[in-house]
Design a protein around this ligand. Structure first.
Ligand SMILES: O=C1O[C@H](COP(=O)(O)O)[C@@H](O)[C@H](O)[C@H]1O
Length: 237
């Protein structure tokens, strides 16, 4: 078990392999979605992109659920063509929206427009069909402590973190990143009924340790906003 001083009420699930942790996360997510479907007849799931989630998507896609009643969306997206290798939509379509999950209602954060600002109204409109608040949110985390596309160096970060703005998405242009992005805003993300953080590797544990050290400074490491009771962290080496 890695040495980590996590805040009270935050659970850490550790497995020996990425495959095993993916299976455990998929089981936890399927259970949350099942409960939501039983409770309100629809369910909503926001997932993250990047390199980590692929085996989790594969495992979740085989879970028997009433997927046609599940809204699936991303917590953040790069403003690139959906055929581009960097597209999170491409990743979700290839690895999650298949097998049992092929009938899920995918709501894309990438709409037409040359920039995220140009497409933002269309993204907000698409998001109106999602069953809010999110039933399940699966976040990733970067080495800089970003989660979703809440990047510490994004000039638009204050806007994306602001409580009570009523906006679900925000366009961001972090200088550290090659592509402009759209991200769900912090108020929408923290309102999720259940939140998991899926991370892999020793470097991510170091980032998590740094995040736990000064929990109040969210702008420096936005992942800190989620280090609170109820969070489940899924980690493998
Ligand atoms: O750019 C992104 O990075 C983070 C972490 O990605 P990983 O490749 O280190 O797993 C991800 O959570 C976020 O959704 C994505 O857009």
């Amino acid at each position: 078990m890695p040495e980590l001083a996590l805040p009270r009420g935050v659970d850490l699930v550790v497995a020996d392999s990425a495959q095993e942790v993916a299976g455990r996360l998929a089981a936890a997510v399927a259970s949350e979605l099942e409960q939501a479907l039983a409770g309100r007849g629809r369910a909503s799931l926001a997932v993250s992109g990047g390199a980590t989630p692929r085996p989790f998507f594969e495992a979740l896609s085989r879970k028997a659920l009433d997927w046609h009643r599940v809204d699936v969306l991303l917590a953040d997206e790069r403003w690139v063509d959906v055929r581009d290798d960097a597209s999170n939509t491409r990743l979700v379509r290839a690895h999650l929206l298949q097998h049992q999950a092929a009938s899920a209602n995918y709501v894309s954060l990438k709409q037409s427009g040359d920039s995220p600002e140009a497409g933002l109204a269309a993204v907000e409109a698409a998001l109106a069909q999602v069953a809010w608040p999110l039933d399940m949110l699966v976040l990733g985390m970067g080495a800089d402590g970003h989660t979703a596309s809440l990047f510490p160096d994004a000039p638009e970060l204050p806007e994306a973190l602001a409580p009570g703005g009523g906006r679900r998405v925000c366009a961001v242009h972090p200088p550290s990143q090659r592509q402009a992005r759209v991200t769900l805003t912090l108020p929408v993300l923290v309102a999720a009924r259940s939140v998991a953080l899926h991370i892999r590797g020793e470097d991510k544990l170091d980032t998590l340790r740094a995040a736990c050290e000064h929990p109040g400074d969210i702008a420096s490491m936005p992942v800190r906003a989620f280090l609170k009771p109820g969070l489940r962290i899924f980690w493998s080496p």
